[in-house]
Design a protein around this ligand. Structure first.
Ligand SMILES: Cc1cc2nc3c(=O)[nH]c(=O)nc-3n(C[C@H](O)[C@H](O)[C@H](O)COP(=O)(O)O)c2cc1C
Length: 177
């Protein structure tokens, strides 16, 4: 698939088929994630996955109620985390720039977009979700305190083909000098 087609047609999917996604396919998505650039190549993102409908249903209470509905039938959830204190940090633990710890989330976002684009290429739908119960997710996957939970991504075969929500124009958001 052409990159432009992938960029233009990927949509957030809030209705999934019950069809399972293989572990091999999930690893293809993570393999796309790891190709993204990162602060000093620090590669701080980590992933925690429920890879069957049964396990994903057990995970659902970790999400805000409206998001539970959004991914009710999704067979896969990928939780992205970052290892704290590396991306955007000096060796002595101080921030390198005014963005403070923001770079670790920036890096994670680049990886997560790769996951979403690769998924679209493979015929899968995704939904990035930022509203969840942090502590419940931490306990569910036994995520250590050295990592910060960032995004939860629902993955599965889509049941719908949504229109693109309205976008600002390039001219509107760009300033030339
Ligand atoms: C950081 C982030 C957090 C998001 N959180 C949620 C969420 O909790 N629930 C949801 O339904 N969609 C969520 N979305 C999806 C956005 O609503 C969606 O990307 C936006 O409306 C544009 O639609 P599109 O992805 O189809 O282009 C999130 C997207 C991003 C990037």
């Amino acid at each position: 698939m052409e990159l432009s087609q992938c960029i233009n047609e990927r949509r957030s999917i809030r209705d999934y088929q019950t069809k399972e996604v293989s572990r091999e396919t999930i690893l293809e998505l993570i393999n796309a994630a790891i190709k993204a650039p990162s602060w000093k190549n620090s590669q701080v993102s980590r992933y925690y996955v429920t890879d069957t409908s049964e396990k994903t249903k057990e995970f659902l209470p970790c999400m805000a109620e409206f998001n539970q509905k959004n991914i009710a039938n999704a067979p896969v959830v990928i939780v992205s985390t970052v290892v704290k204190g590396r991306s955007g940090f000096e060796r002595d633990g101080s921030y390198t720039t005014h963005l403070k710890d923001g770079w670790q989330y920036f890096d994670n976002g680049l990886q997560v977009q790769n996951i979403c684009l690769k998924a679209y290429e493979l015929g899968l739908g995704t939904l990035i979700m930022g509203i969840y119960h942090e502590q419940k997710i931490r306990e569910f996957f036994q995520i250590p305190d050295t990592e910060e939970i960032v995004a939860v991504i629902g993955v599965g075969y889509p049941n719908i083909k949504p229109e693109m929500p309205k976008r600002k124009t390039a001219e509107e958001i760009t300033t030339f000098k």
